[in-house]
Design a protein around this ligand. Structure first.
Ligand code: UGA
Length: 434
């Protein structure tokens, strides 16, 4: 099948490359000329394991190409809209201007029956709006609008695309369903469930999924705080509840609060939509509030570990991105934590394996260093914010010898308290007895 993917951001690029790898003929389109030039030269705009090789293979095989215009649309069986839907400044509703612009531009060049698919995360009703825009712009166009949300995780996106738990398709007619079935036919071999719904349901599934996962994380984070007060261990609580199939063991890692390009934006958008139709989502409202406060509170743990003041002290920071295996800094807890530590008078020396360039755009006056040990040299305390693999087996004796004081605040629970005590660290973590 012939696919045009509008938007070469995270979702568009990964989906485009994976569809091409399934054997479809894909053109990825972006208005950003530099981005397209770089992609044509094999340079990825994001850090995602395996993506560069996947793109290169499919370009070589002639199934994947890049363009700054919409010349591929008239021949496409399906045109995906995968442009950004950021939080609208001021009110938190999803900003749909990029989606609507793309719809209008696609409409002008549609030829023959085409399925227009919204892959971007869009509030309920957006599909209908897209349909109206296309009809208004090109009255004779023969098309269907389908919702097909993505559930990719950064850092594991290719695997998530190729072996998903499910694919959700919101379509209103059989002709569109047939095209979508054909597109995802390569997944039949893995018996991937394809959930067909109407468009509004599909749009809501995406928000409900992210809001539920954000709630699960926030729940376990609050349980972690409770554990600290009563001498319980949150990892064991998570295991104890997670083995119940109704609860499930995933997304129960307590930490500094969720961040990233999706949960913060999508929870807020769900809250706003729910308020606007007078069906307030009070649980999700609370999740948003609790998570925002949590990210800010994390700095207090470092201050407490340092005896109540960090004025003039140096704090070594390991990990800045919102999670490992990405260079994404959007809404990373590190932003709140580092800023709060700086406001409390500390100097920051930080290392991240992939996120430094992005971090420089949002965090100033930080000494960005080349490796984990450099970040600890002369530090009064170290805080682990992101659980990159390379932080899991640090040479603890070396760490201790480099630091001014052996104080470690581990916000991802990657070390065992007993082991840290053996090595003479004053170690604190999340929801576990010292
Ligand atoms: C999330 C969803 O997991 C994807 O299914 C979805 O497609 C994507 O949003 C999206 O809407 O595009 P992502 O933001 O890449 O994916 O990352 P996650 O792995 O879900 O992590 C999100 C945040 O939650 C991170 O800050 C992470 O550290 C935190 N988290 C996750 C925890 O604190 N504890 C956990 O147990 C799991």
């Amino acid at each position: 099948m012939r696919v045009t993917m509008i938007g070469t951001g995270y979702v568009g690029l990964v989906s485009g490359a994976c569809f091409a790898d399934f054997g479809h003929e894909v053109v990825c389109v972006d208005k950003d000329e530099t981005k397209i030039e770089k992609l044509e030269a094999g340079v990825m705009p994001i850090y995602e394991p395996g993506l560069e090789a996947l793109v290169a293979e499919n370009v070589k095989a002639g199934r994947l190409s890049f363009s700054t215009d919409l010349t591929s649309v008239p021949n496409a069986d399906a045109v995906f809209i995968a442009v950004g839907t950021p939080s609208r400044r001021g009110d938190g509703f999803a900003d749909l201007s990029y989606v609507y612009n793309a719809s209008e531009e696609i409409a002008r060049v549609l030829e023959g029956y085409t399925v227009v698919v919204t892959k971007s995360t869009v509030p309920v009703g957006t599909g209908t709006e897209v349909e109206q825009i296309i009809k208004k712009t090109n009255a004779g166009a023969e098309f269907s609008v389908v919702s097909n949300p993505e559930f990719l995780r950064e850092g594991a996106a290719i695997q998530d695309f190729k072996r998903p738990d499910r694919v959700v398709v919101g379509a209103e007619d059989d002709r569109a369903i047939k095209v979508m079935r054909e597109l995802y036919r390569p997944l039949y071999i893995n018996e991937t469930p394809i959930v067909f719904t109407n468009r509004s349901t599909s749009e809501l599934i995406k928000y409900a999924a992210n809001a539920f996962l954000a709630t699960k994380i926030t729940f376990i984070n609050e349980v972690a705080d409770l554990c600290e007060k009563v001498g319980a261990n949150v990892q064991e609580v998570a295991k104890g509840i997670g083995l119940d199939g109704r609860i499930g063991s995933k997304f129960l890692h307590a930490g500094p609060g969720y961040g990233g390009s999706c949960f913060p934006k999508d929870t807020l958008a769900l809250v706003r939509t729910a308020q606007s139709v007078n069906a307030p989502a009070r649980i999700v409202e609370t999740v948003v509030e609790v998570n925002d406060a949590r990210k800010k509170q994390m700095a207090d743990r470092v201050i407490a570990a340092c005896g109540g003041s960090i004025e003039g002290k140096t704090i070594g920071v390991l990990g800045l991105t919102f999670k490992p295996n990405t260079d994404d800094m959007r809404d990373s807890p590190a932003i709140d934590i580092v800023s709060a530590l700086q406001s409390a008078g500390a100097k920051i020396s930080a290392y991240d394996p992939a996120g430094v360039e992005e971090a420089k755009l949002v965090l100033n006056d930080v000494d960005y260093v080349e490796g984990p040990y450099q970040a600890l040299e002369g530090a009064d305390a170290v805080v682990i914010i992101t659980e990159w693999d390379e932080f899991r087996a640090l040479d603890l004796e070396r760490v201790k010898s480099l630091m001014k004081a052996p104080i470690m605040v581990d916000l991802r629970n990657i070390y065992r308290p007993a082991e840290m005590a053996e090595h003479g660290f004053e170690y604190s973590s999340i929801g576990r007895p010292a």
